[in-house]
Write a protein that binds this ligand. Structure first.
Ligand SMILES: Nc1nc2c(ncn2[C@@H]2O[C@H](COP(=O)(O)OP(=O)(O)OP(=O)(O)O)[C@@H](O)[C@H]2O)c(=O)[nH]1
Ligand SMILES: C[S@@+](CC[C@H](N)C(=O)[O-])C[C@H]1O[C@@H](n2cnc3c(N)ncnc32)[C@H](O)[C@@H]1O
Ligand code: SF4
Ligand code: SF4
Length: 354
């Protein structure tokens, strides 16, 4: 599917047009006709791991505490998204979202909204063992845990922290707390862990986790991404097929980044998030909020819209909602990674919210 640009002349019926041809609708519509119903909220840019492909050993220049949205500000923007802008799903991410001590409070406030949004978390799993029950009680529906290797030495090298046992305990705790399905996200890297496609799937089949492999994208702070080094979706599928029979999953994919396959006839599945080799931007339903209150219409966008400044200056809910709608109308068609002249956004993945 290709995104079709909704220019002003093509809109002849329906709601009246707003600024720059935007129809006066309450939802987060963009000029290509997509509606964002999935808000990804980064609650911090900090992390307790240092995955080599994500941040340097010394960490990054973290946002100052005063720059971060506080609990009340976060909840207010979530309320605006759900109650005024038609957002139906919230994903909390980071950095490492479990580093936010007020996460359960934000989750509980989100779960109390009517209509209640779906709530999920993307985490590295450190500390999940201790918090899984509380997260479930606060209203989290499901979690995605990042795990790129099941070899302890390799994990310590790749993340620069010897924490694999904590992550495995976190996965078990999430499953026990009923946060289903528990998904596992893995990035394969050439010469690092590309030999783990099959072992990771065996591990997830054993544990009852839903595994997805992710193509590495140009979002590293070092700007060192190299297309030739990326382990692509087709390569990953070929590796899996040396051991498993994969058949396309019949469920409607919708806006999901992962293309899913049934493993050995099902019901277990494995997914591939091939953002680079098979972009899914034309069906995108995402809007993003950074931990310092900047709105991004696209993971790869060059522009951000400040919500924190106006909010702290006394803007009303409707004024903030209007800024949000206007920013989303200007959302780009796609990430442009495969186009000449592509430029990586200034913020790395960990500061945008992966
Ligand atoms: N290009 C692109 N990639 C994305 C986007 N959102 C997530 N991803 C990629 O998908 C990976 C997994 O994201 P998750 O946080 O698990 O979210 P998800 O796959 O949408 O989650 P589910 O709803 O559980 O399937 C991320 O690490 C990114 O690599 C997006 O909007 N654009
Ligand atoms: C940025 S992290 C944030 C949440 C949490 N710290 C975690 O690791 O799950 C979210 C996801 O982004 C993935 N990621 C980080 N850098 C990436 C890149 N350049 N390309 C693709 N995925 C990336 C990670 O592997 C992880 O699964
Ligand atoms: S991928 Fe997640 S866990 Fe790893 S360094 Fe980045 S933010 Fe931290
Ligand atoms: S790259 Fe941008 S347009 Fe494409 S799926 Fe991600 S957020 Fe949506």
């Amino acid at each position: 599917m290709t995104a079709v640009h909704l220019g002003m002349p093509s809109i002849t019926t329906g709601p009246p047009a707003g600024p720059a041809g935007r129809p006066d609708t309450p939802v987060l519509l963009d000029s290509y006709g997509r509606i964002a119903t999935d808000l990804r909220v980064s609650v911090t840019d900090r992390c307790n791991l240092r995955c080599t492909y994500c941040m340097p050993a010394e960490g990054l220049n973290w946002l100052a505490k005063s720059a971060l949205l506080d609990t009340g500000e976060l909840i207010r923007l979530i309320e605006i998204a759900v109650l005024k802008l038609g957002v139906t799903e919230l994903r909390f991410t980071g950095g490492e979202p479990l580093l936010r001590k007020d996460l359960e409070e934000v989750l509980a406030a989100s779960a109390a909204l009517s209509p209640r949004p779906l709530l999920s978390l993307t985490t590295n799993g450190i500390g999940l063992e201790r918090r899984a029950e509380a997260l479930a009680a606060a209203g989290v529906d499901r979690v995605n845990v990042s795990l790129d290797t099941i070899q302890r030495d390799r994990y310590a090298e790749l993340t620069r922290r010897d924490r694999l046992p904590d992550v495995l305990a976190g996965l078990r705790a999430a499953r026990a707390a009923g946060l289903a399905p528990v998904k596992v996200n893995a990035v394969l890297m050439r010469g690092v862990n590309e030999d783990e496609a099959v072992p990771l799937l065996e591990f997830c089949l054993d544990g009852g986790y839903e595994l997805r492999f992710i193509e590495q994208m140009p979002l590293d702070p070092q700007h060192g991404w190299d297309r030739a080094e990326m382990v692509s979706g087709p390569e990953i599928l070929a590796a899996l097929r040396t051991k498993f029979t994969l058949t396309p999953h019949t469920a409607e994919r919708g806006a999901a980044p992962a293309e899913r396959w049934q493993v050995d006839g099902g019901p277990a599945t494995v997914g591939v998030i091939a953002s680079v080799s098979q972009p899914f931007c034309s069906a995108c339903d995402r809007t993003r909020l950074t931990a310092d209150g900047q709105l991004r219409s696209c993971l790869f966008g060059q522009d951000e819209t400040d919500l924190r400044g106006p909010m702290r200056a006394g803007a009303t809910d409707e004024q903030l909602a209007e800024r949000w709608r206007a920013a989303m109308w200007a959302k780009p068609a796609g990430h442009g990674i495969n186009e000449v002249g592509f430029a990586q956004p200034a913020r790395p993945m960990s500061a945008i919210g992966g």
